[in-house]
Design a protein around this ligand. Structure first.
Ligand code: NAP
Length: 437
């Protein structure tokens, strides 16, 4: 009997951990890993901050999947645009959706779409050199509000506040470094709608943020009510201690300031042709006596870091930003299973968790695939790659990615760095088509 064929849609950490797990557990299968980009690694490449090199090093482990002759990378193929899910189903015994969460949650407040208001996802994509990112002009930007108090907010605030020379050793594209140098950042507000004990920072990320050299940390907004330490979990207690210590540290007349603004809810962005301020409202009815209810933060840039959102795919069940599932097996609205369809990563469990969380998640989904494969009805499968070729769609391969990889390493070498990202589509495409030249 021929080997079972599995398709994975999305070559990010969730998809690649799943591929690794499947290949490790079953010798008799092949895995085709699709991605809409010619570059694998998803959020590891375009989400993890450039100055977090140790997390990015997970790519070395994930890349081993492509050393296995049973695995194939099929880049520049977008589900829903180039290929319909029904065509995937007709060509593979099992299909695993691992597309992540490619959109942003919205605040639904006036002014959200003004120039100068961006989602953190857009900002992160830009500084990570994503080819679809819109270049940002930060000339003269001094004051920034970051809305939300999670790890993404922590990343973007750190990138804004950190000394540019410390960023110049990272893999950031030169255009991004130049734009960051053109900003004259003085103040960054982190705006949380609840108390500091409710912030979702990892303590390590927070400690890194509040100890950036040359940055003074301030408490802003209503006073913090110190909760009973007994009621706090370890992370909340650690976060509160780190913030309090940073605020109490003697100020140094620093050029840059981080303002921790809790108990404040954004109500509108102010400005006519661009953002000039963010109006926030004090939250918590019990805090009425504590200062004005409405305050305007005088900012020229607003980054909304309030969470990512999954995007629906035609023909695949979708509910509240995710693909509904039972242990990774995709289910319809009435919970009936759709044999041969699976989900993993943020599109399965929502936009939460660290890169490493995908390992456990992938194990669960892979176990479901492996348990089901023997009992799934054997069908005459079609050859999707041949069908795509007939339609003029030619996926990029792992050799193309390796060429991009080498070119980035060479670019970095000239500048004394490990790598410099290639951010322009045309430069990536030149390297993809170099194989045909
Ligand atoms: P997150 O941790 O869920 O934080 C979202 C923040 O947005 C919360 O503070 C939330 O406040 C706030 N928020 C939501 N809706 C809001 C609204 N309408 N108005 C104002 N504030 C609003 O998500 P994230 O920061 O996007 O991170 C996503 C996942 O990636 C997390 O699991 C994170 O740990 C992970 N990550 C990890 C790292 C790392 O380890 N270095 C780096 C980046 C991301 P409420 O709590 O009040 O809802």
């Amino acid at each position: 009997m021929s080997a079972s064929r599995v398709a994975i849609v999305g070559a990010g950490p969730a998809g690649l951990f799943t591929a690794a797990e499947l290949l490790a557990q079953d010798a008799d299968l092949t895995v085709d890993i699709f991605d809409r980009l010619p570059t694998p690694f998803g959020l590891l490449r375009y989400g993890v901050a450039p100055d977090h090199a140790s997390i990015k090093a997970v790519a070395t482990t994930l890349a081993r999947v492509f050393d296995d002759p049973r695995a194939r990378f099929l880049g520049m193929v977008e589900l829903g645009r180039d290929v319909h899910s029904s065509a995937l189903r007709a060509s593979y015994d099992a299909v695993v959706y691992a597309m992540g969460a490619e959109d942003d949650r919205r605040m639904q407040i006036p002014g959200e779409e003004l120039p100068g208001s961006h989602s953190a996802r857009q900002f992160v994509s830009w500084y990570s050199g994503h080819p679809d990112a819109t270049p940002l002009d930060l000339t003269g930007v001094r004051n920034v509000a970051v809305i939300g108090v999670g790890n993404v907010a922590c990343d973007v605030a750190r990138i804004l506040l950190k000394d540019r020379n410390d960023l110049s050793t990272t893999d950031m594209p030169d255009s991004v470094l130049a734009a960051l140098r053109s900003a004259e950042i003085e103040n960054v507000w982190l705006v949380g709608r609840r108390g500091p004990e409710n912030a979702t920072f990892s303590s390590q990320e927070l400690r890194e943020l509040v100890s950036i050299p040359g940055v003074d940390v301030h408490r802003e907004g209503p006073p913090w009510v110190t909760p009973d330490p007994e009621t706090l979990d370890r992370r909340a207690a650690g976060n509160l201690a780190a913030m309090t210590a940073a605020i109490e540290r003697p100020h140094t007349d620093a050029q840059r300031h981080l303002h921790l603004a809790f108990w404040q809810r954004p109500v509108r962005l102010i400005g006519t042709d661009k953002v000039t301020g963010l109006e926030v409202e004090r939250t918590g009815a019990e805090r009425e006596a504590e200062g004005p209810a409405l305050t305007v933060l005088p900012v020229d840039l607003v980054l909304r870091s309030i969470g990512y959102l999954g995007v629906p795919v035609p023909g695949v069940p979708f509910d509240n930003g995710r693909i509904p599932h039972l242990e990774g097996r995709v289910v319809d609205d009435d919970l009936s299973e759709r044999p041969g369809e699976y989900a993993v990563g943020w599109i399965k469990r929502g936009p939460v968790g660290l890169i490493g969380s995908n390992r456990k998640d992938a194990r669960e989904t892979a176990a479901s695939v492996l348990a089901d494969l023997p009992s799934l009805p054997r069908r005459d499968l079609t050859d999707l790659v041949a069908q795509m070729a007939d339609a003029g769609i030619h996926p990029s391969g792992i050799a193309d990615w390796r060429r991009i990889d080498q070119a980035e390493i060479a670019r970095g070498g000239i500048r004394g760095r490990e790598r410099t990202k290639i951010e322009a589509w045309h430069d990536l495409l030149d390297l993809v088509s170099a194989a045909e030249a």
